[in-house]
Design a protein around this ligand. Structure first.
Ligand SMILES: Nc1ncnc2c1ncn2[C@@H]1O[C@H](COP(=O)(O)OP(=O)(O)OP(=O)(O)O)[C@@H](O)[C@H]1O
Length: 232
């Protein structure tokens, strides 16, 4: 479970931007929350604080019972390595590495290489890219790059997958492929936080969270038809 309590994030000093303005939210394991809202409303900041990438100005975040503020840098990195994975609009692949290397590189210092290669090959098959194992990112299409990024994100078998507009650079055909892969991932019980501007994608999640000016404007849960400002 992820719990945000009165989370405030400010950027800068003069001027100050309040990116998250006292956000409280409870996310259960296996939820898929689609996060929408206009540009600058705080969507990426919300993802980044859950991912342990940004310090809070005030408030608290718990992930699986751990208070992020109580963790040292190594512990945060461990949480990010084992529990939380990210996929981004711009894929963030390493152009100097092959597809297979891109998938295993983040985990290489911590796990047995042979095991990682076996797992990575299995993941490449599951995203239909086994024929691209030794290619470099520059030789791939956008959709293929995002499939590599998904394989990399899943290597650690994370509990939480943070998706920051992962289909933003893709055409509708590739968007469908990526959404089906994320859907399959979600069906294994992984929590998904999914930022998008694409209204066509909001039905994939079980909840829609609308941000406005650093606040949760609306939190809509599909299954219950329940509308909430927050779970507080
Ligand atoms: N590094 C930063 N320094 C200063 N202000 C920032 C920084 N990052 C974001 N902001 C500001 O914080 C606010 C929230 O930004 P955030 O990126 O979370 O919005 P967003 O909803 O993801 O926007 P978009 O849809 O355009 O990606 C915006 O006003 C933005 O200008």
């Amino acid at each position: 479970m992820i719990i945000l309590e009165d989370v405030i994030v400010k950027y800068g000093t003069n001027p100050v931007t309040i990116a998250l303005n006292k956000i409280s939210l409870k996310i259960n394991q296996g939820d898929w929350i689609t996060i929408v809202g206009s540009s600058g409303s705080g969507k990426s900041t919300l993802l980044n604080v859950v991912g342990g990438l940004l310090p809070l100005t005030s408030g608290a975040i718990q992930i699986s019972g751990l208070d992020l503020a109580q963790l040292n840098n190594n512990e945060i990195q461990e949480l990010r390595r084992n529990t939380i994975s990210y996929i981004y609009q711009d894929f963030k692949l390493f152009n100097q590495y092959t597809v297979l290397e891109n998938i295993i590189v983040p985990q290489l210092p911590y796990q047995d290489k042979k095991n990682l290669i076996t797992k990575a090959k299995h993941l490449l098959t599951s995203v239909n890219l086994d024929h691209r194992t030794n290619h470099f990112p520059t030789q791939l299409s956008g959709g293929e790059k995002q499939r590599v990024a998904i394989a990399r994100a899943l290597l650690s078998e994370p509990a939480i997958l943070l998706c920051d507009e992962p289909t933003g650079n893709l055409d509708s055909e590739n968007t469908d492929v990526i959404m089906q892969l994320i859907k399959a991932t979600h069906s294994k019980g992984i929590t998904i936080l999914f930022v998008t501007h694409d209204q066509k994608l909001i039905h994939y999640g079980n909840q829609i969270l609308t941000m406005r000016d650093g606040n949760i404007k609306e939190h809509y849960i599909h299954e219950t038809n329940d509308k909430k400002k927050s779970y507080k």
